[in-house]
Ligand binder design. Structure first.
Ligand code: M6R
Length: 608
C-alpha cells in the first residue's frame, strides 16, 4: 500500500509539486518517502528515507534539485521492512532508471533470480526493484523507454500502479496500471500521474482514470495511452473534477477525521441525491436474486450487517453479510447464476473484496457495487453500481463513508420493500420522511453533543479495556464504535450482540470496566435494560447512548449521551454512531495519538 505521484512540466518546479502531492497522499502510507528527479545536468537524483514526509524533507530537502520531471512515493511496507534501502524510488544498476510502485509483483522472486544471473545488482528487498532492472535490460538492447517499459510490464504478474523515468529520455514519464489505482492529470504545459485525485487537484481538474492493462506516456502538456497487451491506442476524454481543493484539506479542523465527522450532514444529503435509475436498477437485481450476499471488509462490513436487518425488516428479504476475506472459503462452492453479490467498499479497491468479487463473477453471480470512488476497480467490474458521493475521505478511520453507505443501503431496502409489496404506501412515505430528516438529526447531534462526548472521553481515556454492546440492528453500531476506538486509540475493546454476554464475555467485567450500551427506543430496549443490569451488578461503569428522556436507562447509567427522539429504528445506526466516532477521536487525542495516522494501518488495503 503506497502513494505514487509523477510530474513533468516546462518549469523547474517539479519537486515542489511532487512534495505537495505527496502530502495529500500520505494517508496511503507513511513509513518512508522518496523522490527521483532528473536535474538540469540530466543526472538522476534520488532522495529517500524512513519517516513521515515532513521528517524526511527536513533531513534531505526534497525541494531540490531543480527539475522539470520528478517522481514521488510514500510507502506502507508490503515486501521488505520499512528501511531506507526499501524506500522508493528504486533504480537500475547504472542509476539511469527510477521506478515508483504501488501494488505487489507476485512473480518478483523468479524475475529477480533471472536478473541476478544476468549480473544485475539489487539494492533492496522489494518486489518493485525488478521493474527498474527489467527496464534497464530493454534500454541496454536499444529499446525506447516506452518499449522497454511495455516489455517489462508484460512479464509482471500481480498488481501495480507504476511510474518510470530515465535519464535517456528525460522528457517523459511512462506510467501503467494493473489493479492499483492510477489517475492522470493534464494541464496546458504539464502532465501528472498519481494514486488519487486530491494529490493533483491544486494544479489541474482535468483527469483521466487509467484502466487495468493500460500504459501512458506523459510529456509536458500531453498524454498518450495504449493497451499493454497489443499497443493499441486508447482514446479517452479527460473528466473535469468538481471537487474543490478545500474539500481535500482540513478546513481548520485539527485532524481530517474530525473534519470528516463534521462533514456528515453534507455527505448524507449528497447520498440522498442519488439518481433514481441506479437505485432502481440495483433493487431489480437484488429482487431477482436467489441468494444475496453483502460483501465487504472492516467498517463497510458493519454497514452490511446493519443493511441485513434493513432488508429483512423492511423488504422481508434475507441477505448474508460476509467478510470479504472469508467469502470464498465459506460460500464459494454454493455460488451460481442465481447468486447476487452486493459488494460495499469505500475505496472500491480493497483487495479482499475484489478477489471475492472476481471469484463470484467466475461463478456467474451478478455483481453489484456501492463505492465512493468513481473509476475504482469495483465500478468497472460491477454489473451496476452506486457511487455514494461522500467526497474524498482522508482519515484512515472511515466515518462519513460509513454513514453514507448506511443511507444508500436504507434507500435500497425501502425501494425493495416497495417493489416486493411488503410495506403500505403510508409506511413508505413515513419512512421516507424519516430518512430525509436524518442529515438534520446528525447536524443537531454534532452541535449539541460534542462537548458531552469530549467530557466522557477525558474521564475514561486512560482505561485499558472498553466493551460495546447493542442488540438487533444496534449490534452493527456496537461493532463499528468498537472498531473506531480500537484502530485509532489502540485500546483493546470488545463488541458483540448484548445477548451473547452471558455466553462467555461477561467474565472479563471488573469493577469500573467502561461498558457502552447502544440502546435506541426500539423493540430491543426491554432486553437491553436487562443486559445493562447484568453488567452493572458486576461493577461495570455504564455509558449509554439512548433517547433523551429515557429515564429508566438514565437511572442505570453512569454517563449518558442523549439522542433525539422519534428516529425510525431502522435508521438509528446512522445517528447513533456519531457520538461513538467522536468518543474514539477524543480518546485518541487525549492519549496524544494522531487519529489520522493510526499505526500499522492504511486507508485502502489493496494487497492480500
Ligand atoms: O475501502 P473499503 O470500504 O473496502 O475498506 C474496507 C476497510 O479496510 C475499511 O473500512 C477499514 O476497516 C476502515 N479504515 C476502518 O475505519
Amino acid at each position: 500500500m503506497c502513494g505514487i505521484i509523477g510530474y513533468i512540466g516546462k518549469e523547474c518546479s517539479a519537486n515542489k509539486i511532487v512534495l505537495e502531492g505527496l502530502k495529500r497522499l500520505e494517508y496511503r502510507g507513511y513509513d518512508s518517502v522518496g523522490v527521483a528527479a532528473v536535474d538540469v545536468q540530466k543526472r538522476l537524483v534520488i532522495k529517500k528515507d524512513v519517516g513521515k514526509i515532513e521528517e524526511v524533507h527536513e533531513k534531505l530537502n526534497l525541494l531540490e534539485p531543480s527539475s522539470k520531471i520528478t517522481l514521488g512515493h510514500c510507502r506502507w511496507a508490503t515486501h521488505g521492512a520499512p528501511t531506507r534501502e526499501n524506500a522508493h524510488p528504486h533504480i537500475d544498476c547504472k542509476g539511469n532508471v527510477a521506478v515508483v510502485h504501488n501494488g505487489v509483483i507476485e512473480n518478483f522472486l523468479e524475475l529477480k533470480e533471472e536478473l541476478l544471473e544476468k549480473g544485475h545488482r539489487f539494492a533492496s528487498r522489494t518486489d518493485t526493484e525488478v521493474v527498474a532492472h527489467l527496464v534497464e535490460e530493454g534500454l541496454d538492447s536499444g529499446e525506447s523507454l516506452y518499449n522497454a517499459t511495455v516489455n517489462a510490464l508484460r512479464r509482471l504478474k500481480g498488481s501495480y500502479a507504476l511510474a518510470i523515468i530515465s535519464t535517456m529520455e528525460p522528457d517523459k514519464i511512462v506510467c501503467a496500471r494493473n489493479e492499483s489505482p492510477l489517475v492522470i492529470g493534464l494541464s496546458e504545459n504539464s502532465a501528472f500521474c498519481a494514486s488519487d485525485i486530491p494529490a493533483i487537484l491544486p494544479y489541474t481538474n482535468k483527469v483521466i482514470v487509467l484502466n487495468n492493462g493500460e500504459v501512458a506516456v506523459l510529456e509536458a502538456g500531453k498524454v498518450e495511452i495504449k493497451r499493454v497487451s497489443d499497443n493499441m491506442p486508447v482514446s479517452r476524454e479527460a473528466k473535469v473534477i468538481e471537487w474543490t481543493i478545500e474539500q481535500a484539506e482540513k478546513q481548520g479542523y485539527a485532524h481530517f477525521m474530525l473534519k470528516e465527522i463534521h462533514e456528515q450532514p453534507t455527505s448524507l444529503r449528497n447520498a440522498l441525491r442519488l439518481q433514481e435509475q441506479y437505485l432502481d436498477l440495483i433493487t431489480t437485481f437484488l429482487d431477482r436474486g436467489d441468494k444475496i450476499f453483502l460483501l465487504a471488509a472492516g467498517t463497510s462490513h458493519y454497514a452490511c450487517i446493519a443493511a441485513s436487518y434493513m432488508f429483512s425488516k423492511l423488504a422481508r428479504l434475507a441477505t448474508y453479510p460476509v467478510i470479504s476475506s472469508e467469502f470464498i472459503e465459506n460460500y464459494g462452492d454454493s455460488l451460481g447464476i442465481d447468486t447476487v453479490v452486493l459488494a460495499v467498499s469505500q475505496s472500491g479497491e480493497t483487495y479482499d473484496t475484489l478477489k471475492a468479487v472476481d471469484y463470484a463473477r467466475m461463478k456467474a453471480a451478478t455483481i453489484l457495487g456501492i463505492t465512493n470512488v468513481v473509476g475504482s476497480t469495483l465500478t468497472r467490474i460491477s454489473r451496476a453500481y452506486i457511487v455514494q458521493q461522500s467526497g474524498p475521505e482522508i482519515g484512515v478511520a472511515a466515518t462519513k463513508s460509513y454513514t453514507a453507505q448506511l443511507i444508500v443501503l436504507a434507500q435500497l431496502a425501502l425501494k425493495l420493500a416497495k417493489i416486493r409489496g411488503k410495506l403500505s404506501q403510508d409506511e413508505i412515505d413515513e419512512l421516507k420522511t424519516n430518512l430525509y430528516n436524518i442529515p438534520d438529526i446528525v447536524e443537531n447531534i454534532l452541535e449539541k453533543r460534542e462537548e458531552k462526548v469530549k467530557e466522557i472521553a477525558k474521564k475514561y481515556a486512560k482505561e485499558n479495556l472498553f466493551i460495546f454492546l447493542g442488540r438487533g440492528i444496534s449490534t452493527a453500531t456496537a461493532l463499528e464504535g468498537r472498531l473506531k476506538l480500537l484502530e485509532i486509540s489502540y485500546t483493546p475493546s470488545l463488541a458483540y450482540p448484548a445477548g451473547e454476554s452471558k455466553h462467555g464475555p461477561i467474565s472479563v467485567i471488573e469493577e469500573g470496566t467502561p461498558t457502552i450500551f447502544i440502546c435506541p427506543n426500539d423493540e430491543t430496549r426491554k432486553e437491553i435494560i436487562g443486559n445493562i443490569m447484568e453488567m452493572k451488578a458486576r461493577g461495570a461503569k455504564i455509558i449509554s447512548v439512548c433517547e433523551e428522556d429515557d429515564q429508566k436507562i438514565k437511572n442505570l447509567s453512569d454517563d449518558i449521551i442523549e439522542m433525539p427522539k422519534q428516529i425510525h429504528p431502522i435508521l438509528t445506526p446512522i445517528p447513533y454512531i456519531i457520538p461513538l466516532q467522536l468518543l474514539a477521536y477524543y480518546i485518541a487525542v487525549e492519549r496524544g495519538l494522531d487519529p489520522d495516522k493510526p499505526r500499522n494501518l492504511a486507508k485502502s488495503v489493496t494487497v492480500p
